[in-house]
Design a protein around this ligand. Structure first.
Ligand SMILES: Cc1ncc(COP(=O)(O)O)c(C=O)c1O
Length: 387
């Protein structure tokens, strides 16, 4: 007969190990994972244990999410991270060493650039910035020590598209690892591996989880690049929160339906904005007016719900405030890919020549609201601008 404190510590343990066949994976909360035998522990001590030895080794929900993403991406393997920017940072760390040079497309997510300039530089890795619409012309930017090339296509603020197959062809010839942040298209609308990319990154924070309540990232690679990447993740003991992986897996189940809705509503709003007298340019890859529209048509299967626009030059910052602050259905906040419509606005600086230099680009995340209501809200907001 056990005493009370022992009962409290051990009660229900046997029942908790039951293998119940639910549709969704179990949610484990664990640092310690118990071994069945001392010989298993000895194997784990030597790094030879095949099973899960610790909470950072990948518990059920994380493994299930990573497996689902691997299949969706057509990758060899996938790792989940605590956020998209963590995923990006790990790729840059895993594939470079002191003295290397990396090429980064000019339109990447700001913190990607900050990580290169503010952190990688401390370890002797230098970065140069490619034109955002780079293609075959990239050879001239390559150096003897160029190790990695990072694309974001379309860029999530200014929406330029790179000629991915042309870039990956040069990368392969020169032994340079090609990486893409594929968050805008998701694996549903762009398959980077079919275009010769080595490493594909998702901020699962956006469309995959879809509800603006989770931060999560993924990195998927080809077979050739997996061992090097996995080794780095093993050393850092990378893991992702189980609850978030569970929600991300749930998000995947409806991703195709949500994405279609985002796509159609965003196109509807974009076409409507084209004809609005206050609007100067609408920047949406699926519109024929987009400079790389032909590349988008060639490589992508669809467009998502994020695009930009500029207003006519005569409007000042104060007019911009009147417009943005009067919107009722568009939240004013960062990130995107969720069910709620959002707006951001800002000016962007680029290393290379840039069509929107000094111009404010407004970015809309078109959510799941009724599209006519969204247009009415924009109409009333834009009416505050009228001179
Ligand atoms: C294109 C792109 N990549 C990566 C990230 C970073 O993702 P997270 O917010 O999950 O760190 C963002 C965030 O806005 C993004 O827009």
């Amino acid at each position: 007969m056990k005493n009370i404190a022992t009962k409290l510590v051990n009660g229900g343990k046997k029942e908790a190990r039951q293998n119940i066949n639910t549709i969704n994976p179990p949610l484990h909360r664990a640092s310690t994972v118990l071994f069945d035998s001392y010989s298993d522990m000895l194997k784990a001590n030597q790094g030879k244990f095949e099973g899960i030895a610790y909470g950072t080794c990948g518990l059920a929900a994380q493994n299930a999410f990573e497996a689902a993403m691997t299949e969706l991406e057509g990758a060899y393997g996938c790792k989940a991270f605590q956020s998209g920017i963590n995923a990006i940072a790990m790729v840059l760390l895993a594939f470079t060493k002191q003295g290397d040079h990396v090429l980064i497309c000019d339109n990447v997510y700001g913190p990607t650039r900050h990580f290169c300039d503010g952190f990688m530089s401390k370890y002797g890795v230098t970065a140069d910035y490619l034109p955002s619409d780079a293609g075959t012309d990239i050879s001239k930017f390559m150096k003897n020590n160029t190790r990695l090339l990072f694309m974001e296509s379309p860029g999530s603020n200014t929406f330029e598209i790179q000629d991915i197959p042309a870039i990956t062809k040069v990368c392969r010839e020169k032994g340079v690892i090609s990486v893409i942040d594929n968050t805008w298209a998701t694996p549903l609308y762009l398959n980077p591996f079919k275009l010769g990319v080595d490493v594909s990154i998702q901020s699962a924070t956006k469309y995959i989880t879809g509800h603006s309540d989770i931060l999560l990232g993924t990195v998927s690679t080809t077979e050739e690049k997996w061992a090097e990447f996995e080794k780095c993740c093993y050393i850092f003991e990378i893991f992702a929160p189980q609850e978030d992986c569970y929600q991300a897996l749930r998000g995947l189940r409806t991703l195709h339906v949500r994405l279609k809705h985002h796509e159609q509503s965003a196109l509807d709003v974009a076409r409507w904005l084209v004809n609005h007298k206050a609007v100067d340019k609408v920047i949406h890859p699926a519109l024929e007016s987009h400079p790389e529209h032909e590349l988008w048509k060639r490589d992508f299967k669809g467009s998502s719900g994020l695009f930009g626009f500029t207003l006519r030059d005569e409007y000042e910052d104060m007019d911009h405030s009147a417009f943005v602050d009067s919107l009722e259905l568009f939240g004013l906040g960062y990130s995107w890919g969720g069910y709620k419509s959002l707006i951001t606005g800002g000016r962007f600086r680029r290393n290379n020549s840039f069509a929107y230099e000094g111009k404010t680009i407004f970015r809309l995340n078109i959510g799941m609201e009724d599209v006519d209501d969204l247009k009415k809200d924009l109409e009333q907001g834009l009416s505050k601008l009228m001179l």
